[in-house]
Every structure is written in structure tokens, then in C-alpha cells.
Design a protein around this ligand. Structure first.
Ligand code: ADP
Ligand code: MG
Length: 175
């Protein structure tokens, strides 16, 4: 096994999930997340692709509570941050992923809580991404008080074969 074979294996397992399974996991994870982190003020979420745990339930609760919610937008090799007040502030962008509009991009160097997607996390909280290193570069460049992975239980593996540039999260919430 190596990073690339682990990526393929995780992608095909996730492609087999149906919408009901994704929704149940996403709602249960949202509950745990909001219990633990709901008192903070600024959050980074992500738009789901290819069966990822859906952070939308978290977004809705945060918006209702008047919190600041950022989403990432791909720009070259970097991730920019845009403030979003509802799903209407997102538009299809990089690879069809919903991203904040350019007008909402903000230069922000600190976030209280970031929700980080991954293909897999290992027992040391290292993450495996899609192989472009976007989050590795991003997490190295910004201060985030709490980096929280969200994932299906089967996405936790013994190792994701971390390299020196790979970033870790502080905790992973699974269902
Ligand atoms: P992913 O994290 O998406 O699974 P990798 O960890 O394999 O992907 O990283 C993909 C590429 O991004 C690698 O070639 C790596 O060298 C590059 N990369 C990651 N982090 C950095 C960084 N902080 N600075 C420069 N290049 C980086
Ligand atoms: Mg990496």
C-alpha cells in the first residue's frame, strides 16, 4: 500500500455510499461538532464532493446562530477564503465544487475552527487528500485554533504514509 493505492481504495468505497447513509452520518457528525465547537465565532467549512461527509448541516446551524462562516476557493495552487452568509453565496467553481464568489474573498489569517475534509485520516490525525496538497499548503500558512476532521468511521486507517509536508488535524469526528 502507498498513498496512491489508499486514495483509490477510499474513493471507490465512498462512491458506494447512498444518499441516506451520507445524510445520517453528516447529521450525527454535525450534532457532535456543534456540541463541541458551537461556542466559537469563526469557522471554515467545505462543500462536499464525491460522497464526502456533508458539512451543510453544520453550516445551517452556524448561520442561524449568526456565526462567521468561510468556505475555500481554489486559486492556482492556493486556497482563498470567502465569507458566506448562506448557500446563495456559493457558486460552482474548481471541478464543479461550490465555492465562495470572488467578491466575498477576504484576507483572513486566523480562524477559530476549521472543518477539514479528507479521503482518510490515520491514528496520528494525519490526513490524506486528493493528491494536490491544497490543504497542506493552506494549513501551513494560516492560524487555526481547532482543526477538526470529519469522516466516516471506515476512513480511519493505521497510516496515510505521511511525508514531511503533510499536515495533521487536532481531532477527527467520525460516524
Ligand atoms: P494531499 O495532501 O492532497 O493528499 P500530497 O500530500 O501528496 O497530497 O501533496 C501533493 C503535493 O503538494 C506534493 O507534491 C507536495 O510536495 C506538495 N506540497 C504539499 N505541501 C506543500 C507545501 N507546504 N509547500 C510546497 N508544496 C507542498
Ligand atoms: Mg498531504
Amino acid at each position: 500500500m502507498n498513498k496512491q493505492t489508499l486514495r483509490s481504495s477510499m474513493l471507490s468505497q465512498r462512491a458506494a455510499l447512498d444518499k441516506a447513509a451520507i445524510d445520517v452520518a453528516s447529521q450525527q457528525i454535525a450534532k457532535v461538532f456543534l456540541d463541541r465547537y458551537g461556542q466559537y465565532e469563526s469557522f471554515l467549512l467545505y462543500s462536499p464532493v464525491r460522497g464526502e461527509v456533508d458539512a451543510a448541516y453544520i453550516a445551517q446551524e452556524l448561520w442561524q446562530a449568526g456565526k462567521t462562516v468561510f468556505y475555500p476557493r481554489v486559486a492556482g495552487e492556493s486556497l482563498l477564503l470567502g465569507v458566506c452568509k448562506s448557500f446563495d453565496d456559493l457558486e460552482a467553481g474548481y471541478k464543479g465544487i461550490l465555492e465562495p464568489k470572488l467578491a466575498n474573498i477576504i484576507n483572513c489569517k486566523h480562524i477559530d475552527v476549521a472543518v477539514i475534509p479528507a479521503l482518510a485520516f490515520d491514528t496520528d490525525n494525519y490526513r490524506l487528500g486528493y493528491g494536490k496538497g491544497f490543504y497542506d499548503r493552506f494549513l501551513a500558512a494560516i492560524t487555526i485554533a481547532h482543526k477538526v476532521g470529519i469522516a466516516y468511521r471506515w476512513q480511519i486507517v493505521d497510516t496515510v504514509y505521511p511525508e514531511t509536508h503533510d499536515q495533521r488535524v487536532d481531532t477527527v469526528i467520525v460516524y
